[in-house]
Structures are given as structure tokens and as C-alpha cells.
Design a protein around this ligand. Sequence first.
Ligand SMILES: [Fe+2]
Ligand SMILES: [Fe+2]
Length: 271
Amino acid sequence: MRILFIGDIVGRTGREAVAASLPKLRETLRIDLAVVNAENASHGFGLAPDMAAALFAAGADVITLGNHAWDRKEIIPYIAETPRLLRPLNFPPGTPGGGSVVVEVGGGRRALVIQAMGRLYMDPLDCPFRATADLLGRHRLGGTVAAIFVDFHAEASSEKMAFAHFLDGQVSAVVGTHTHCPSADAQVLPGGTAFQSDAGMSGDYDSVIGMVKDGATLRFWRKMPGERLAPAEGVATLCGVFVETDDSTGLAKRISPLRMGGRLAPTMPEA
Ligand SMILES: [Fe+2]
Ligand SMILES: [Fe+2]
């Protein structure tokens, strides 16, 4: 199975880059499953229903969120009726929406997509390790589902690596989100799970993690709240990860980062 994951879409420039490129990427990379993180799509904070609909229309099969899940309140009724829009699995019981979904991809195959959220330097939450292990008890890689993709939304690389090793051999891929910087550690772990600790954001990198640099910088050195942060709106770099899995085992054959446009050095997986 050929999987494309796109990291945190930040603001209009990120949304436009994804809308413009995703249909073509799906075609050239022959993507079976496209997952995008859109927790920052609405001016840096949350996701509005019309933006979610536009991402689905552009070719996203599943959309994930994160700590900014509820910044746009309109998403709450929308997520309740949109199973392909995920919020972290380990939110408290009773939270609207779901943290996982099984989708049909081509060729009669099914894929499980999961989002969990880390706890180190993040808000306290239920244990993502335990929540994911419980869920995986109900699915079998290479059996009930041909592939399992996990977006692990977390701050610390240590927690992300630990989480990936914890799941090594049980899922096809663990890709991190939330730091907004693409990491250079893409690898297939010894048990066959593809891993990259952060996919990077899809937004303007002449910024502080996607937000206008002047205001964001002032907050650090003046230690006073400044004006409300707004997304930088220069040309976005679309950042993501491509994973190819073996349909019989569900394990990863390869993982390659993908970067296009904007300021970062481009890289494209071999088709
Ligand atoms: Fe983010
Ligand atoms: Fe986040």
C-alpha cells in the first residue's frame, strides 16, 4: 500500500499548497491512502468544517487534528458526523469524534488510521501507549487490516521514538506531528514499522513554526504577551512522508520524506 502523510497544514498558504499539490501527488506517487494533519489550518488555530470539506475534496482520505482540535468550535458538531476526521485517541472518554478509523482503499484492502497524542511537555492526558495498545487488540496487521498508520502528535522526540519502538512490528508506520519541523530520521525500524519523528508543517518556513516571526520572537525576549499570533503567509513548503507497505504483512518496505515548494530543500520519493 502506498501511503502519503502530510504534516500540519498552517493557515491559508498551507491549505493552498496542499489543495494545489495533493491531486497531482496522488497520481504521480500512485497513492492508495492520503492522510493530512490540519490542526492549524484555520489561521494557525484549528480547522473549520468548510476547510475540512475542501481537503477531502482535494484527495485527503483521512484528516487528523491534535492539541488545536477544538480551536474552531464549529468542528465539534462536524467531527461527530465525520468519521474520517480524527482527534487524538487518548482524549477523555465521551469526547466528540474518534481517534481511529478503518477506511477502504483500492483492491478490497482496508487501512486503519490512528491519531494519539503525547504527554511530555503537553497537557495531561490519558496514556497514549495504553490507549493505542488497547485499540490494536481489536485489529490485526496483515489480517483484518492491510496497513495501520499512526500520527503521533507530540512535542518530545524521545517520546515519539519510544512510542514507535513500542509499536514496532504491530503497525505499518508511526509519523510524528506537532513540532512543525521535518526531522531527518526517517527509517524502517527493526520490526518493520516505518518511522519519522516529525513530518514537518505545510506552511511558510520564514516564520516561527508557521507564525509571523516578529510577534512570535518578541514573546520570547520581552516575556510579555504581544499581539495575537497570526500565520506567516509567504509561499508554503509542503512537508510530508511517503510510506510503502507490503500488503501481506502490513509492514513497511520503505519510507521517504517529501518536501516541495517554498524555502526548504526539496525532496521527492522515487515513484
Ligand atoms: Fe501543529
Ligand atoms: Fe500541535
